[in-house]
Ligand binder design. Structure first.
Ligand code: GDP
Length: 196
């Protein structure tokens, strides 16, 4: 299902710039450096697809990718948690994010990426709460699972489960991934493919 073409559609900076909602979409959110670009690249099998969204000028854009074969948009939200970002930039971005999450009818799920080494942090809690308020179902995708021992991974999964239990918008099943090793990638593809 992910075998077809994948195209960068556009970077969006305002609600008016969103593409026609002519297909279902999923979005990806996570702290900067969580492994979001690597995950999108692993999912799509394209090495540098999400590289564009990490270049400085693009970090405040909502980046749209089209999975041609599957009729889905993959939506890459800017990484959050940059301490250095100037306040007006953060405020503008938060306003866009709120409008997007609350107003995008074709958005079926938000994947919130959590680094397996770190678990859910305060800055992640903010987005989980926003997803609750926006009534967007979110599913946690744990990244970089190859970087920790099995025991540490299991402990991290428990921490995440505890954190999401407080969120009504949480989808209970957590996907544990390693973009490096390919773990969990097929599972995530199947989830995206079967959303209706
Ligand atoms: P982004 O800022 O969220 O887009 O994060 P990147 O995808 O650029 O990844 C940040 C860093 O983590 C890079 O050095 C990646 O090579 C590394 N990384 C990402 N995913 C994995 C993974 O699954 N395993 C390992 N070991 N490293 C990863």
């Amino acid at each position: 299902l992910f075998a077809g073409p994948v195209d960068f559609v556009k970077g969006v900076v305002a609600m008016s710039g969103l593409p026609e909602p002519d297909r279902l979409e999923v979005c990806f959110a996570g702290r900067s450096n969580v492994g979001k670009s690597s995950l999108i690249n692993a999912l799509t099998g394209r090495k540098n697809l999400a590289r564009a969204s990490n270049t400085p000028g693009r970090t405040q854009e909502i980046n749209y990718f089209a999975l041609g074969e599957m009729n889905r948009f993959l939506v890459d939200l800017p990484g959050y948690g940059y301490a250095e970002a100037p306040k007006p930039v953060v405020a503008k971005w938060q306003a866009l994010l709120k409008s997007y999450l609350a107003g995008r009818q074709t958005l079926r799920r938000a994947f919130v990426l959590i680094d397996t080494r770190h678990g859910v942090k305060a800055v992640d809690e903010e987005i989980l709460t926003l997803l609750d308020k926006s009534a967007v179902t979110f599913q946690v995708v744990m990244t970089k699972a190859d970087k920790v021992s099995t025991a540490d991974r299991d402990a991290s999964i428990e921490q995440v489960k505890g954190a999401i239990a407080k969120h009504p918008a949480a989808y209970p099943e957590i996907v544990v991934t390693s973009s490096e090793k390919g773990d969990g990638i097929e599972t995530l593809r199947a989830i995206i493919a079967t959303l209706v």
